[in-house]
Design a protein around this ligand. Structure first.
Ligand code: 13P
Length: 316
């Protein structure tokens, strides 16, 4: 422990950031105090675009490991840091690269599309990367007669299959904080709050997505709450995003879905590992640095750049 107060940590982080020409990126599932000190927060597509464009010397990713790895793949000459190495993504972990390689080898001639929440090694095995924001448009841009494997999130895959009338083969992975949200609880909340709009991330179960008023990436959900005249929302994603929703909509109300008894809560515990103390130490000591082999970087860069390129051409 540094012994600094939160205010001192914030001041120290700000001056270290200047001194080291560092930039801090984060996602909406971070603790509020981390969100507030980030130079940029966004969904996975926006974070990837920013990492690709930044001229900072050091990029600190307040998120989970696949985000920092993505930054390193796109900016291999920069120092890419993460405040806590234990901040892993359970969805990424649900698709080990060796098992995925066996899975795709059994299905030759398939186009391999991987969601960005995948390891660098899985990205290196893929043809195109997608995020929840651009997935439907990118899949639609692929000739209809092409066979596709989609990994690792089966709920997002089923959602894309539904909207694109495809039959992509799905890897059987899930995100534990989204997949745990139960339809019964959502229906009970809808009954108690008949005016509330249900807004959901596409990693939720199909039965929730079916009854949602709006489905989208984290940024899309936030934008929806800003643009609509509706005033009450049942939010089917990590509760970390409520911080921004309240900031932008102080007079609107946001209802978190309580999770089943079997789950701790609808907060990703890995995302919440990053805190001000760890962020301060991360910039001060320039640790923990993301290291990937040149071979993985060179292979994983190809499908990521394909996604960035397609994202400039497609509308979504
Ligand atoms: P998206 O909104 O881009 O899906 O990002 C959220 C996320 O995946 C955090 O793991």
């Amino acid at each position: 422990m540094s012994g600094y107060s939160s205010e001192e940590l914030v001041d120290n982080i700000k001056s270290l950031k200047k001194e080291k020409k560092a930039v801090i990126f984060g996602n909406y599932f971070q603790l509020p105090e981390i969100q507030d000190i980030c130079d940029f927060i966004g969904d996975s597509l926006e974070l990837t675009q920013k990492a690709n464009e930044t001229n900072a010397d050091v990029i600190v990713f307040c998120g989970v490991n696949y985000m920092a790895e993505t930054g390193k793949i796109l900016a291999p000459d920069k120092k890419v840091l993460i405040p806590d190495l234990e901040a892993v993504c359970n969805l990424t972990e649900s698709c080990p690269a060796d098992e995925f390689e066996t899975f795709i080898k059994a299905r030759p001639k398939y186009t391999i599309i991987s969601y960005i929440n995948s390891s660098a090694e899985v990205k290196a095995l893929s043809d195109i990367i997608v995020t929840s924001r651009n997935a439907v448009s990118i899949v639609n841009s692929i000739p209809y007669d092409e066979n596709i494997i989609f990994a690792p999130d089966r709920n997002l895959g089923a959602y894309i299959n539904n909207l694109t009338a495809r039959n992509m083969v799905l890897w059987n992975g899930t995100c534990s904080i989204h997949d745990v949200l139960s339809n019964e609880r959502v229906l009970a909340l809808k009954e108690n709050h008949p005016e509330a709009k249900l807004i959901a991330h596409p990693r939720c179960k199909p039965e929730i997505l079916k009854i949602a008023d709006f489905v989208g990436s984290t940024t899309a959900l936030l934008e929806y709450t800003r643009k609509t005249k509706d005033e009450e929302f049942i939010v089917a994603t990590d509760s970390g995003i409520i911080h921004q929703m309240k900031k932008y909509n102080p007079d609107k109300s946001f209802i978190i879905i309580p999770t089943d008894e079997s789950a701790m809560c609808n907060e990703c515990p890995h995302m919440k590992l990053n805190n001000l103390e760890k962020l301060y130490n991360c910039i001060l000591n320039e640790e923990y640095e993301i290291k990937l082999s040149d071979e993985i970087i060179n292979k994983a860069k190809v499908p990521l750049e394909r996604m960035l390129d397609l994202s400039k051409k497609l509308s979504f």
